[in-house]
Design a protein around this ligand. Structure first.
Ligand code: B12
Ligand code: SF4
Ligand code: SF4
Length: 302
């Protein structure tokens, strides 16, 4: 049998910056909000969110007999990216400053599990990094990795919000870690700073969000030009958050700034070859050449 102590100690040894355990016996909160978010169309063209709503709201549908979720966090902010953003003509969100986190973190999670499995041969699990139909933030908040702030992101009181989440669903009961109290209080900096008015407290209309518009939106001709200098993602509602004032930087080598992003951040994306050079191995690939090019044109006003 696995113990919570082993799971958490091993997570630290494997270089995860944050780790916690969520009990899945209680249903997840905010189900009605989630449903209403989809029926009112706030997911825009992200149809996969509508298709997988049932699984998202009930982890037991994604892993039969899921009893607990190990939730892990990996920091991604880098000092070099902070500097590059200060001078950038075309801004790229910090999470895309290093290598594509999907593959890196999945591999990291498998290596971690490979150590847990030998003593637990019957353990059933599912590793989720972003793309699986799992409500990662709700599970992270339940596991006490942080609280879900008014900008809708999970914020660790000491380490801020610049971290990725990894969820491992298990069919085994583990002692849960306690949640963290909401730390937003009367603050509403993120809501006031959002240039497209995408946020209300704890609620985001993705259709208005620059991150959605520059990465996910597949609706032709929808971009209305207000991207505040961002060509891939947007960090404004994190930059203004007091919990990110004192930078806490990534130690994982994959999330250090890749200098090859500099030409793009200076506003150059001449052709598809330059795009390939810039985007290979990076989360930037998600947008594709045409979308990135049109985002650069929006910012450069051409
Ligand atoms: C779809 C998606 C997006 C969409 C929609 C974002 C969103 N807020 O929903 C878009 C493309 C806009 C997006 C943008 C970004 N994303 Co994103 N995204 C996701 C994804 C795949 C699903 C999120 C989801 O289910 N949204 C659906 C809605 C309904 O959920 P929600 O806003 O979280 O709403 C909940 C709360 O508001 C909650 N709630 C809590 N308290 C309260 C109180 C009240 C009163 C109410 C009404 C509701 C409420 O109810 C809802 C229940 O889920 C997750 C990965 C995953 N599998 O979970 C990553 C994820 C959330 N994204 C992530 C990141 C890094 C980003 C960006 C920072 C990237 C960037 N720099 O551009 C931005 C941040 C924008 C922002 N402020 O959220 C990380 C966040 C890590 C963290 N520390 O929290 C995740 C977890 C990916 C990962 N594995 O690391 N993302
Ligand atoms: S990521 Fe940017 S556009 Fe989206 S909610 Fe935050 S500040 Fe607004
Ligand atoms: S800026 Fe203020 S309101 Fe927004 S998430 Fe941070 S602490 Fe909460």
């Amino acid at each position: 049998m696995l113990s919570a102590d082993t799971v958490l100690q091993m997570a630290a040894r494997h270089g995860f910056d944050l780790a916690g355990i969520a009990d899945l016996r209680e249903p997840l909160p905010h189900k009605d909000y989630n449903k209403e978010w989809i029926t009112s169309g706030q997911h825009g063209s992200m149809q996969y969110l509508a298709r997988t709503l049932r699984e998202r709201l009930d982890p037991g549908l994604y892993l039969k007999d899921a009893r607990s979720a190990v939730v892990l966090g990996v920091l991604y902010r880098s000092e070099r990216m902070d500097q590059a953003l200060e001078e950038a003509v075309c801004k790229v969100a910090r999470y895309a400053g290093g290598r594509d986190y999907h593959k890196i973190l999945k591999k990291k999670a498998y290596r971690y599990l490979a150590e847990l499995l030998p003593g637990n041969p019957t353990l059933k699990f599912r590793i989720c990094v972003d793309t699986a139909p799992v409500a990662e933030k709700l599970l992270a908040a339940r596991a006490g990795l942080g609280f879900q702030g008014k900008n809708t992101l999970v914020i660790h009181p000491g380490k801020g919000s610049y971290f990725f989440l990894v969820v491992i669903l298990l069919d085994q009961q583990l002692q849960p870690t306690p949640p963290v109290a909401d730390g937003c209080g009367q603050c509403r900096r993120c809501i006031d700073a959002c240039p497209t008015r995408a946020l209300k407290p704890y609620q985001l209309d993705a259709r208005r969000c620059i991150s959605y518009r520059t990465i996910e939106d597949r609706t032709p001709g929808e971009f209305d030009g207000s991207s505040a200098g961002w060509v891939f993602g947007c960090d404004i509602c994190q930059e203004v958050c007091p919990y990110n004032r004192k930078p806490v930087y990534a130690t994982h080598p994959a999330f250090q700034f890749r200098e090859r992003l500099l030409p793009l951040m200076e506003g150059y994306l001449e052709d598809e070859n330059v795009y390939e050079y810039t985007a290979t191995g990076s989360a930037l690939r998600r947008a594709g050449y045409e979308k990135l090019k049109s985002s650069v044109e929006v910012v450069r006003g051409s």
